[in-house]
Design a protein around this ligand. Structure first.
Ligand code: SF4
Ligand code: SF4
Ligand code: SF4
Length: 309
């Protein structure tokens, strides 16, 4: 009997769904053992019956539930609760589901500020009242899925990696444990480190200079070159079996999308320590709170800031 899988997306960009589809060849190995019974990105399954005839939100029962996105409105909350009810094992896929992700940067503002900006304060928008008909109400802030429903496995990353999704599904099919590494991105980074910065902090989007085809183990650590790289405070795993971190491989500093190295770690404190150790001043970084928590703003990490004068 194939294992029944249900997939749902909440406050999400859809990138994590593409990751599931991106598994590629390994998906061919596990696909015959799986039966997708619900997946809005692929199949048009309505919550209230195909003709809207039911009065209660319903998702089919499944052994495994995959859920991406955080909780931004009351409909997201109900869908997450229904997934928990109907799925024996619930996997939170991606940083939005695990920590709120980029949408949880909204937690720096109150809902009133968000609506005011969206509907009345942008110069490209005709001023209008906040819509309140036929749309689910906002929750008071963005929540991670685990804040409203028990999650059995969390796969971080923005998006998470196809390899990690395949590994988690394979472990479940083979009844083996699945555990994330508790190492930092730096632990898997091949760049050269000399524990001393040779430049002041650059703007985050400045291009890192390198010769065409230059091997990474001949390039100096980006942070020591003055580029803000969140590798020291971020969980490893994005490089998969090849190990080289995804962004570093593309000559980009780590942005921290895999979240804290372990449950409860504080990336802001870890980054301040890492910067100071090599002689960089964390106070030079503007908007530090948002930057170091940009993927993990749920679980009360980000709160509305006092109004600027
Ligand atoms: S974690 Fe990133 S890729 Fe996945 S849904 Fe959220 S924003 Fe999209
Ligand atoms: S700070 Fe960035 S570039 Fe430097 S070792 Fe860590 S991950 Fe690599
Ligand atoms: S290097 Fe950092 S930002 Fe890039 S994919 Fe890996 S964890 Fe995410």
């Amino acid at each position: 009997m194939p294992v029944r899988v249900a997939e749902e997306w909440l406050a999400t960009c859809g990138g994590c769904e593409v990751t599931v589809l991106d598994i590629g060849e390994p998906l061919l190995d596990i696909l015959p053992k799986l039966q997708f019974v619900h997946m809005p990105v692929l199949m048009d399954h309505k919550y209230f019956g195909q003709k809207g005839e039911k009065d209660k939100l319903e998702i089919p029962e499944a052994e495994v539930g995959l859920i991406s996105g955080g909780i931004r409105n009351e409909e997201n909350r109900k869908v997450a609760e229904e997934m928990r009810k109907k799925c024996k094992i619930l996997i939170a896929v991606g940083s939005c589901a695990n920590f709120g992700g980029i949408p949880a940067l909204g937690n720096l503002s109150t809902n009133e500020q968000i609506f005011d900006t969206a509907y009345r304060q942008t110069c490209t928008t005709d001023k209008a009242p906040t819509p309140n008909k036929d749309i689910p109400p906002f929750t008071d802030r963005v929540y991670a899925v685990k804040e409203v429903a028990k999650v059995d496995i969390g796969l971080p990353g923005c998006p998470t990696t196809p390899e990690m999704v395949a590994e988690a599904l394979t472990a479940l099919l083979e009844n083996k444990p699945f555990k994330l590494a508790e190492r930092s991105v730096c632990d898997e980074c091949p760049t050269k480190r000399e524990k001393k910065a040779v430049a002041k902090l650059n703007r985050p989007l400045d291009k890192i200079e390198c010769a065409p085809g230059q091997k990474l183990d001949t390039v100096r650590c980006f942070m020591e070159l003055g580029y803000l790289c969140q590798g020291p405070a971020t969980r490893s795993g994005c490089g998969g079996s090849e190990k080289t971190p995804r962004c570093v491989k593309a000559m980009m500093p780590c942005r921290g999308c895999f979240g804290p190295i372990r449950e409860g770690a504080n990336p802001m404190v870890d980054m301040m320590g890492a910067l100071s150790t090599i002689g960089l001043d964390p106070k030079e970084i503007q908007d530090r709170v948002a930057l170091f928590n940009r993927y993990i703003g749920a679980t009360a990490r980000l709160r509305p800031m006092p109004a600027r004068r």
